[in-house]
Design a protein. Structure first.
Length: 433
């Protein structure tokens, strides 16, 4: 029975526990145990596989801590306060303008300056007071940030999008449906359109009303008032830019963060004796999220070790018959479960393509339609998953003052506005393209 599949069972357990407000880290741990035990793995093997798998996100976890420390250091110079005031003057009291600006610039984190979530802990916490004054519902901001983290790699063939679409091209070609890498976006733009619809619904319909927040201190951050740009502020921005340049050249966010901190020391923007304080602040700001990423990687490893992903994909045959509509629907839903389980849309493509592409050929799905189904099945679950960096990143910034709940204020809103729309877009594209 498909409901007893370890992937399905453990993902359902994870979702239920998170909705019941169990800490995400503990929910992932319990879900990993459920996946392993339901696959008849010895408890000792489950724990060893969990710990072994945690290394898969070790660089990401270290990046989160060091980026948190960098954010605290930057905040201590007062430049964050100045940037916040500049943005406030541009927004001019219009919260919808702020949401659209953040969504627009977040898109560049996937291509023009491919730093992914690195900008969030630096940019968002200083803007919280502005958001509070605008009575902006942070659930809308979570949707804006997640849109910027997902839509560009789905729809645009640059930066992370070129990687994502290259994997789609390679796996489709390998499994009997050849397509050039630069042809993929000509179909996946359709999914990007549905994500844009989800963003606009979040901003202008679902979360348009005012929501009250208190002006509380930011975790580990000393609030420094500054009115005009001074040399130290320009040097701070130069150090932040250096972090991004190093990351792009060497492909290492931790190295970029350390280089920026070193530059701030050399420029004498921060003091040696304050480094401990900055690191402690970074742990306070990003520590829990870093550990969630570690446990999420361990959970994904157990999911893979059970062999249940392959069984789940193979079981599609028995559910479909010859119906194209049912086939596309099942492929999308199974993709949603797998991505929420293993935690990566990029890693989901090779897992499902081996069965999805032959199935699309059998059901008479066109090449553009198959591109859309495969891309949607992979991208589904990245938004809305408690363990995805597409949701953990926004929470890291929006919860800097402890007033933003990861599950109810980030995961549920992004799930509703993006996963539901991606299922609709994936179904329409698969059926009619």
């Amino acid at each position: 029975m498909i409901l007893l599949n370890p992937v399905v069972l453990s993902v359902i357990v994870m979702i239920v526990l998170c909705l019941l407000k169990l800490n995400v880290l503990l929910a992932l741990f319990v879900s990993a145990l459920v996946a392993g035990l339901s696959a008849h793995m010895p408890i000792g093997d489950i724990m060893s596989k969990l710990i072994d798998g945690m290394g898969g996100n070790s660089e990401t976890a270290l990046s989160y801590i060091l980026l948190g420390a960098l954010a605290v250091a930057i905040s201590s110079t007062g430049v964050a306060a100045i940037v916040s005031k500049k943005i406030a003057s541009v927004v001019n009291g219009k919260k919808k303008v702020l949401l659209l600006i953040i969504a627009f610039f977040a898109c560049f984190s996937q291509n023009l300056i491919p730093v992914h979530i690195a900008f969030i802990p630096i940019l968002i916490p200083p803007l919280l007071k502005l958001m509070n004054s605008l009575k902006l519902d942070r659930r809308a901001m979570a949707c804006s940030l997640t849109f910027g983290l997902k839509a560009p790699y789905i729809a645009l063939p640059v930066g992370f999008g070129l990687i994502f679409q290259g994997i789609i091209s390679a796996e489709m070609t390998k499994n009997g449906m050849p397509i050039e890498k630069m042809q993929v976006w000509k179909s996946t733009w359709f999914l990007g359109l549905f994500m844009l619809i989800g963003l606009l619904l979040a901003i202008f319909v679902t979360y348009r009303k005012d929501r009250e927040y208190k002006d509380l201190p930011l975790k580990g951050m000393e609030e420094v008032e500054a009115t005009e740009m001074e040399p130290k502020h320009w040097l701070t921005l130069l150090a932040a830019a250096l972090a991004f340049v190093i990351q792009i050249i060497y492909g290492s966010l931790p190295l970029g963060a350390v280089a920026a901190l070193a530059a701030m020391l050399i420029f004498r923007v921060i003091k040696w004796k304050d480094l401990d304080e900055f690191i402690n602040g970074g742990v306070g700001l990003m520590g829990l999220i870093a550990f969630i990423m570690l446990v999420a990687a361990g959970y994904g490893n157990i999911i893979r070790e059970t062999g249940a992903v392959g069984e789940l994909v193979d079981s599609i045959h028995g559910l479909i018959g010859g119906s194209k509509a049912i086939g596309i629907s099942v492929m999308l839903l199974v993709g949603l479960l797998i991505t929420m389980g293993i935690g990566t849309s990029f890693g989901t493509i090779p897992v499902v393509a081996a069965i999805y592409i032959p199935l699309c050929i059998k059901l008479g799905v066109s090449v553009p339609g198959a591109v859309i189904v495969l891309a949607a099945a992979a991208a589904l679950g990245d938004a809305g998953s408690p363990a995805s960096d597409s949701t953990l990143g926004p929470t890291s910034g929006l919860n800097a003052d402890g007033q933003h709940d990861h599950i109810m204020d980030t995961c549920v809103p992004t799930f509703i506005h993006y996963n539901i729309l991606l299922i609709i877009g994936g179904f329409i594209g698969g059926m009619f393209f």
